[in-house]
Design a protein around this ligand. Structure first.
Ligand code: NAD
Length: 364
């Protein structure tokens, strides 16, 4: 399959451009910079599905009032070790860091904390929140769901019952190595990858999708309905579903994300019940752990030793090397920081059109 044409742009230029767009869209300078930082960080780490490709939708969400600018999380309840927060449909890139900061402060004080965040607008790449906690020396675990936006069939079923519910676990940085960071959707692939396949990009793997008749397929029309070349992709038009990874085990994990991030946070699940009609806000239940409070002063050293041990495994057929979770992201970041971020031409064109609408200059 030929590579799609790309436009290459330095990360710093893209961050400023994104911040300028959101400044014009109504965000103050801090919030606009946070959106630029986190979207570009998703592109840098290779998760383009959660990067600047989202901007047209984010702008539309401001215009329709689905996402509200300038929100401060409301603390609905708290103790030394927990807090229940309402994101009030503020930008995930703005209320997300507020929630992490509260969790980090409590865990530094008490050794651990649990933060239940409900009603955040799209909270993006979850690995970014684990990185923030890691920079403070903490382990963090995040369970995330999306309200009223089912796309994934439960094991044994064909109808949409879960969203792509990510689970993320991060550990404090290891000097000279990539951060240990498991950051994954519980679907075989994130929806963005089906979108890329539908535009002629890399096909999704076998078993990623299931038809209403229960047949496994790789056909993006299962999710989007009949495809118009370069037309909009709306998952409401497809009749089939994505599948959870790992058969009954991944399906079970996706299920529990709905319960922890959707029910326990006081937010909403992917089901038709309990939501307030807005749709596609994220719930996130996060657990923060300070290894020092567990008497584990040598947590990082022991983790590094174990990482090195795992990597000494002889490789399987077709694999050159054993990677650990977080290594692919770190490698992408190193290359893209150096060489610039490749954006599909239609993604870049969309950003330029939005900028022109705001009379913003297009970066060279
Ligand atoms: P992925 O499949 O690319 O990677 C998943 C994990 O596997 C990562 O930790 C990665 O480091 C690791 N990994 C990848 N290749 C590996 C290899 N060869 N060896 C060892 N480890 C390897 O990620 P994904 O599941 O497509 O998720 C993409 C992003 O989407 C994540 O950042 C996630 O947080 C985000 N997401 C967000 C939402 C939301 O609602 N906000 C929903 C779903 C996904």
């Amino acid at each position: 399959m030929a590579d799609l044409p790309t436009h290459i742009i330095p990360a710093a230029t893209l961050r400023s451009f994104v911040a300028a767009i959101f400044g014009k869209a109504g965000c103050d300078a801090k919030e606009a910079a946070e959106i630029g930082l986190h979207l570009v960080s998703a592109n840098l780490t290779g998760h383009d599905s959660h990067g600047v490709i989202r901007i047209p939708r984010y702008i539309e969400d401001i215009q329709t009032g689905r996402t509200l600018v300038g929100q401060t999380v409301a603390i609905l309840g708290e103790s030394a070790t927990h807090a229940v927060l309402d994101g009030k449909y503020g930008f995930g890139q703005h209320v997300g860091p507020q929630a992490v900061a509260i969790g980090v402060a409590k865990a530094k004080q008490s050794g651990l904390s649990v933060i239940a965040l409900r009603r955040s607008a799209h909270i993006g790449r979850i690995g970014g929140w684990a990185e923030m906690a890691a920079d403070a020396g903490l382990i963090s675990i995040h369970f995330v769901n999306v309200d009223n936006y089912p796309m994934v069939a439960p094991f044994g079923g064909v109808a949409r019952r879960f969203s792509t519910n990510p689970v993320t676990i991060g550990a404090p940085p290891m000097a000279g190595r990539a951060m240990l960071l498991l950051d994954m959707a519980t679907s075989v692939v994130a929806e963005g990858k089906v979108m890329v396949a539908s535009n002629g990009g890399k096909p999704v793997p076998e078993g990623a999708l299931i038809t209403p008749e229960g047949r496994l397929t790789t056909d993006p029309e299962t999710l989007y309905g009949p495809l118009v070349p370069n037309g909009p992709r709306n998952s409401f038009f497809g009749k089939g579903s994505l599948r959870a990874f790992g058969e009954h085990k991944g399906s079970g994990l996706a299920f529990m994300c709905e319960i922890l991030a959707g029910v326990l946070t006081g937010g909403y699940t992917s089901g038709p019940l309990h939501h307030d009609g807005r749709q596609i806000s994220n719930g996130m239940l996060s657990i923060y752990l300070d290894p020092l409070h567990f008497g584990c002063e040598d947590f990082v050293r022991k983790t590094m030793e174990y990482v090195d041990y795992v990597k000494t495994s002889p490789t399987a057929e077709g694999c050159d090397e054993v990677l650990y979770p977080g290594e692919p992201e770190a490698r992408h970041r190193a290359v893209r920081e150096r060489e610039g971020i490749p954006l599909q031409v239609d993604t870049w064109t969309n950003l330029c059109n939005i900028a022109k609408g705001y009379d913003l200059p297009i970066p060279a």
